[in-house]
Design a binder for this molecule. Structure first.
Ligand code: PHE
Length: 443
């Protein structure tokens, strides 16, 4: 292993950073928006299945490849697969570009929400407020600010800043979400929300759009399919138990998403906001929660400000991992300094985010392409690579692991089941993405 390469300070540092990457806007904003768009419980059910059957194996594949090579994605693929596989690393970098570009716009909303409401409380006409701030010059400014912070952290290296921030802020986020979930149980009318969340209409499971979004969401939420986990694992040493690590990361991520649903859906139904959500599913979280906070009075302001701040921090630790994929690849490819690479890549991504800051439709399209399509392609190719091409993947994954005995099952999943499922999902995703592109540019 390259001794000059940075390393995590220890196991906890890595776990927190990886959980920090996984837990972000995806768990709250994207999860509730996707669930609302896809009729609730059927989506949630498929999302759980996808997380377990496809997400976990791919998570372990990324960890194995990253630690095995000890390199950024493009080099890691070339290391085990030769020049022919470099394209996949290139796709990862491109995905990082697209996702971070619009992700930052949404993170900008969360930060604006927390600051604004600290000063003047939450607006009761949250729907109109969201419409007013989601796109346009102010959205652009908040987006640029968020990109600046992300770039600053990445340019300083990953170790002390990220690790320390995650240590304090991830537990804080968890406490706030648990608190809100408990509060939600006390609301009159919450049970309609729980029903929406849990009562699966099994016929909807055969709806290909629901399947497509559930698979995409599992990848997005776990930070899979674009080399983020791979890159973080490249800073690991061999003593880490990778299978155990993959379970920890996936469970934490799922836990937060699940809890977020326990907050959002009871609130939506208790406050009779189903119609609002229908009007702008993308804004679901930014419309329903502020209404609830406004109704709760002074305490609501306090909780709401903490919630959006914690969400912003969750978004920041995820954004850092997205930028790190791009930056580490550029450093390895060109030999330039980390600072310069961060500055150049951060600026380019900020620029790419400008259209998303001006149009919710473009933002949605970028999410469909970067956050669904590219991740599915990346996950599919990655499972084939680690399942069939990488030499002794089983040995690398199982070294120093208490769970090594179970890995034969992992290898079988990775070779046959995961590619079959993802190829099916990819077919629908391609078709629907094509339709969405046409709709966006026709209107
Ligand atoms: N997992 C992050 C979230 O849920 C987003 C992300 C996707 C981060 C892909 C890195 C890679 O918010």
């Amino acid at each position: 292993m390259d001794a000059s390469r940075e390393h995590w300070s220890g196991r906890l540092g890595f776990t927190l950073a990886a959980v920090g990457s996984a837990v972000g806007l995806g768990n709250m904003w994207r999860f509730s928006y996707m669930a609302a768009e896809n009729g609730g419980a059927a989506f949630v059910f498929l999302y759980v299945v996808m997380t377990l059957v496809v997400g976990l194996p791919v998570m372990l594949a990324e960890l194995t490849l990253g630690r095995g090579a000890g390199k950024s994605p493009i080099q890691a693929l070339a290391h085990f697969g030769g020049e022919r596989w470099k394209w996949l690393g290139g796709l990862f970098v491109a995905t990082g570009f697209v996702i971070l570009a619009y992700y930052s716009v949404i993170a900008g909303w969360t930060f604006r929400y927390s600051l604004e409401s600290m000063v003047s409380g939450f607006p009761s006409d949250a729907g109109a407020h969201f419409e007013a701030i989601a796109s346009g010059w102010p959205a652009l400014c908040w987006h640029l600010g968020f990109m600046a912070v992300t770039t600053l952290v990445v340019s300083g290296g990953i170790r002390s800043g990220i690790e320390r921030a995650s240590l304090v802020l991830m537990p804080l986020l968890a406490i706030i979400v648990v608190g809100l979930a408990i509060y939600a149980t006390t609301l009159e009318g919450a049970s309609a929300g729980y029903a929406y969340y849990f009562e699966t209409d099994f016929s909807a499971i055969w709806n290909t759009a629901v399947l497509r979004d559930a698979a995409g969401q599992a990848f997005f939420s776990l930070s899979l399919g674009m080399g983020a986990i791979l890159t973080y694992a490249s800073y690991l040493d061999r003593s880490t138990d990778l299978p155990a690590e993959s379970i920890t990361i996936a469970l934490s991520d799922f836990g937060v998403a699940f809890l977020a649903g326990l907050v959002v859906f009871p609130l939506i139904f208790a406050l009779g906001l189903e119609a609002d959500v229908g009007a702008s599913t993308m804004g679901a979280l930014f419309i329903t929660l502020p209404k609830a906070f406004a109704e709760m009075g002074g305490a609501g302001t306090f909780i709401g400000v903490s919630f959006f701040l914690a969400l912003w921090v969750g978004g920041l630790t995820s954004a850092i991992s997205l930028l790190e994929v791009v930056v580490s690849s550029v450093i390895d490819a060109t030999g330039t300094t980390r600072r310069r690479a961060a500055l150049v890549c951060g600026s380019a991504i900020a620029l790419l985010g400008v259209p998303a800051a001006f149009s919710l439709e473009v933002l949605g399209l970028m999410d469909q392409i970067g956050g669904n399509l590219f991740l599915i392609v990346g996950g599919l190719a990655l499972s084939v690579f680690v399942g069939w091409i990488m030499p002794d993947a089983l040995g690398e994954a199982g070294s120093n692991s208490k769970l090594a005995g179970l890995l034969i099952g992992w290898k079988l999943l990775l070779r046959f089941v995961v590619p079959a499922i993802l190829a099916t999902v990819l077919w629908f995703t391609l078709r629907d993405t094509w339709n969405l592109i046409n709709e966006t540019f026709a209107g």
